[in-house]
Design a protein around this ligand. Structure first.
Ligand SMILES: [Cu+2]
Length: 77
């Protein structure tokens, strides 16, 4: 699944905001966020670029983890 680095994700409120933004796009998406590593893994049928855009729209700084994305089904760009 696509992985993202969200450098300004600092608390559980950020995780809730990110999860909400993703689930607005895909209600069935699963968001696995790690506050220590700032990594967010998202299981969704939506392409990684669109997931990143949704998080950016919610106010976060997002980088797609390309090494992981290339292995994912939806990560190719
Ligand atoms: Cu926060």
């Amino acid at each position: 699944m696509p992985q993202f680095r969200v450098s300004d994700m600092t608390c559980s409120g950020c995780v809730k905001a990110i999860t909400g933004a993703i689930q607005d796009l895909d209600a069935a998406a699963t968001v696995d966020a790690n506050l220590d590593t700032k990594q967010v893994a998202i299981a969704s049928t939506v392409p990684a670029a669109a997931l990143a855009e949704a998080m950016r729209d919610a106010g976060f700084t997002v980088e797609i983890n390309q090494a992981q994305a290339k292995r994912g089904l939806n990560g190719s760009q």
